[in-house]
Each structure stands twice: as structure tokens, then as C-alpha cells.
Design a protein around this ligand. Structure first.
Ligand code: PXP
Length: 250
């Protein structure tokens, strides 16, 4: 790859809704956060409608689609219910993720090998509707090769294991995970996939992963929503943008 393309920042607003739901009212509003994020430089908004509606709710997704003027990335499990909602909402993109009720967050990547036959028709329906499908997978060569065969145009590499190892100070594991991401991004790019990254990223890990030219989008939520409590959402997004630009060598 000659020159790294611009790295887009997708801001995940799930945890604004987590805070709102803690009291059951309407504040803080994830749609207001999304608009502020866009004003501060976000290139898109991501939200995950979970089966248990623990944070984002159906009406949030509908309002995000209606009220924001940047691409909406609808994260979801590939269930019939979510497929029906996504096809009615018509977001710019759908990121298919695994989902288990008991998990605190999306804990692992989608097993596109094991679930190939269930995923193929879901991907085809979204493709036919003109919605850009992204598969959230680990940087595993076999998963990446299968993702390419499933005809999804995009993969999002799960960066959570790497970020956890960095946060724990486990250098050996962090280095091994980083090398997996480096190789996975190159393999996916050479297979013709658009490559995104996300989960657990903070300023330092976002800066580092921005150095990989194959990766064109990062989706980041939890760290930024937490950081926003201290410095505000606008400043957090500008600082994240600056970290990504530094990593990109801009
Ligand atoms: N990308 C995907 C596919 C996710 O499921 C999540 C978490 O909802 C994120 C990115 C953002 O992760 P985090 O909130 O840890 O930044």
C-alpha cells in the first residue's frame, strides 16, 4: 500500500444510554451525544442494539438514523429480529457481532467458520439492501479467509484481547496479540476486504493501531464516554482524533 488512507473515527454511544437507563429517564440522550461527537470530528456513529436492550433501544436507533448526518453503523447479532429491524432502519452499515446474554461486553469475535451457514443468508439480505456488512472477528487467518468467502465487504478486527494485555502490563501477550493484528490486517487487505478495528481502544492503543495503513476505521466507545466525564465529549474526541493522526504520521 503506497499512502495510508484517512483513518475514520466511529464513535460508539452505547454507554451514554447505559447511564440514561440507570435511572430510567431520558437523560443523558445518546442522540445528543452523537450529534456533539459529529460536531467534534467523528466520522460516523456506532450503536449496538442488544437482544436485552441493556443500553441502546429501538427508538434510539430510529432517532440516530433520522437525526444524524454521518454514517450510522448498526451493531447487532445476526438474529431474525435484528435483521428485520436493520432492514427497516436502513443504516449505512451493519456490524455483525456475537452476543451472549451474560457477557459484560462483546467478549470474543464472531465465529464465521462455525456459523457460516447461518451468516451467509443474513449477509446476502443486507448486501441486497445496500447495507455495508462488517464482520467482527478475531485476527485469525482462517476466520479472515472465511469472512472473505462470505462476501461481506468489511471486517472489524476485535482489538479487545490486545488492549486488555496492554492494560494488564502483560508485554509478551500484548506483543503476540499485536503481531496477530498486524498480520491479520495485511491478510484481510490482500483478500480485498476493507479493514476496521475496535474494542477496548484508548488514546495509546488507538495511536498505535493507526500506524497500520490497511485499517481505515476505528470504532471506539467505552473509554471515550468515561473520559468525557472529566474533560467533556468534544475535547475527548478531538484528543482521540489527534492521537490517531499522530499514529498515522500526519
Ligand atoms: N466494535 C464492536 C464491534 C463492538 O462490539 C464494540 C463494543 O460495543 C466496540 C467496537 C467498541 O468497544 P469499546 O466500547 O470497548 O470502545
Amino acid at each position: 500500500m503506497s499512502k495510508a488512507p484517512k483513518l475514520r473515527l466511529g464513535v460508539n454511544v452505547d454507554h451514554v444510554a447505559t447511564l440514561r437507563n440507570a435511572r430510567g429517564g431520558s437523560n443523558p440522550d445518546p442522540v445528543r451525544a452523537a450529534k456533539l461527537a459529529i460536531e467534534a470530528g467523528a466520522d460516523g456513529i456506532t450503536a449496538h442494539l442488544r437482544e436485552d436492550r441493556r443500553h441502546i433501544r429501538d427508538e434510539d436507533m430510529a432517532r440516530l438514523k433520522a437525526e444524524i448526518d454521518k454514517p450510522l453503523n448498526f451493531e447487532m447479532a445476526a438474529t431474525d429480529e435484528m435483521l428485520r429491524i436493520a432492514l427497516a432502519t436502513r443504516p449505512h452499515a451493519c456490524c455483525l457481532v456475537p452476543e451472549r446474554r451474560q457477557e459484560l461486553t462483546t467478549e470474543g469475535g464472531l465465529d464465521v467458520i462455525g456459523q457460516h451457514d447461518a451468516l451467509a443468508p443474513a449477509i446476502a439480505r443486507l448486501n441486497d439492501a445496500g447495507i455495508r456488512v462488517s464482520l467482527f472477528i478475531a485476527a485469525d487467518p482462517k476466520q479472515i479467509e472465511t469472512a472473505a468467502k462470505l462476501r461481506a465487504p468489511v471486517i472489524e478486527i476485535h482489538t479487545g484481547t490486545w488492549c486488555d494485555a496492554v492494560a494488564e502490563g502483560n508485554r509478551e501477550k500484548a506483543e503476540a496479540e499485536w503481531q496477530r493484528i498486524v498480520k491479520g490486517a495485511a491478510l484481510a487487505y490482500s483478500a480485498g476486504l476493507e479493514v476496521h478495528g475496535g474494542h477496548g481502544l484508548d488514546y495509546d492503543t488507538a495511536e498505535k493501531i493507526a500506524s497500520l495503513p490497511e485499517i481505515v476505521e476505528l470504532n471506539i466507545g467505552y473509554f471515550m464516554i468515561g473520559e468525557a466525564l472529566f474533560v467533556g465529549l468534544g475535547d475527548t474526541i478531538r484528543a482521540m482524533r489527534a492521537a490517531m493522526d499522530r499514529g498515522r504520521g500526519l
